[in-house]
Every structure is written in C-alpha cells, then in structure tokens.
Design a binder for this molecule. Sequence first.
Ligand code: SF4
Length: 235
Amino acid sequence: MMAHLADDLLAIYGALRGAFGHQHWWPAETAFEAMIGAILAQNVSWKNAAKAVRNLEDAGMLDPELLAAADTAEIARLIVPSRFYNQKAERVREFARVYVAEFGADPVAMAAAETGALRRRLLSIKGLGKETVDSILLYACSKPIFVVDAYTRRIFSRYGLLPAGASYDLMQRFFMENLAPDVELFNDYHAQIVFLGNNICKKSPLCARCPIQEVHESLWCAEGMGAKDWNSGGD
Ligand code: SF4
C-alpha cells in the first residue's frame, strides 16, 4: 500500500461524500433483490433495472425458488425494461438455480463462502461478468471487494491515476492494494464514482462542479485543467 495514494484516494472519497452525501447503495430491500438487481443492471441505467425488479416483485416472482423453476419466457416478459431481456432471463434463472441448489437460497450461507471460491463460482455462471459478480459480492454478501466500471476508468484516468485503457483487474487492484478492506467504504466509494460519472464527469465533463478538484494541489486532472481559474468566476 502506498501511503500517499491511500491518502489521495481517501481524500477523493471524502470530497465526493461531502458534496453528494452518502449514496445508500444498494437500493434493495433484501440481499436476493440486490443480487437480481445486479444482473438486471448490466448495460442499462439503474432506472430501467429497477423497473424490471419491480415487475418481478409485483408478479410475486422475486423469489429464488420460483425464478429457478420458471420458464425463461415468463421471466423475460417481466424484465423487458432492463433490455436484453431474453439473455438476462437466462442469467437470472441460472443464477437462481445455483443460489437455491448450492446455498439453500440463504444469503447468509452464500456470504459465509470463501470469497475467492465464491467469486470463481459466480463467474462461471454464463453471462455473469466481473462487475456483476463483484456487485453481488459487495452489496449482497458484504464482501470487501471493490467494484470498478467505465466511470472509474474515465475519472481516474483523467487524474492520471490510472491509464486510459486500464483493464477491470488493474483498476480493481489499484483500489484494493491502496485501501484497507472496508466494506462500508467500498460500498459507498463505488456509488460516489457512479454518481460523479453520471452527473458531472460525463464525456464532456462539467469540471466547474467537480468536488475532486478541491482535494489537493498534487491531484491534477488533465480534463479539468485550468478549471480552478474559471471556477472562480462562478458556475
Ligand atoms: S475535474 Fe472534470 S474531468 Fe476531472 S474528474 Fe472532475 S469532472 Fe472529471
């Protein structure tokens, strides 16, 4: 762990949390809902995924045993808002089958599994990638796994802390090697990154509103270059 990087990462988190407040992720009432939400959120906005989760709930189908036994066409019909609904229906059913058969549909049993083995098992389910699996591990199983995504790459490469083409694994190592394993911190840090990427550090960034700029003189954002000067003129 490099002390100055750890300090910078904690300072960035502090600035984001100070500006945006705690994000209270994952927006789900049960661990199983968070698991299904993570699958349905692949490649769509959370708003769309949330509609699909609500449809499952309204139909009484947000239940591991029912999903494991369901027809994929029946699941697909309910999760249309999440797009790619045929593929996602298969993923949801396969995940539910594993959850029921290997963990007794018990989130505590799943969370008790050794993290590396559990990650490998979930990654072996067709269609579940690293971001989805890590979201399940962190947000549903409270494992200290840092979730990264395209927003992470964009923001931290603009600060020169990650290369522009950084892989998922490299980004994840960067956070996990420089921060102590802390579920609460990892939970809200990823949520803050998503909020910043969604609302401020967009493709065309709104640098004048970026809380990270105020963190430290040594943190210099290539995209936000000079923003401090024009910030002083007000937003
Ligand atoms: S200063 Fe601008 S480009 Fe840099 S992280 Fe903030 S919003 Fe993104």
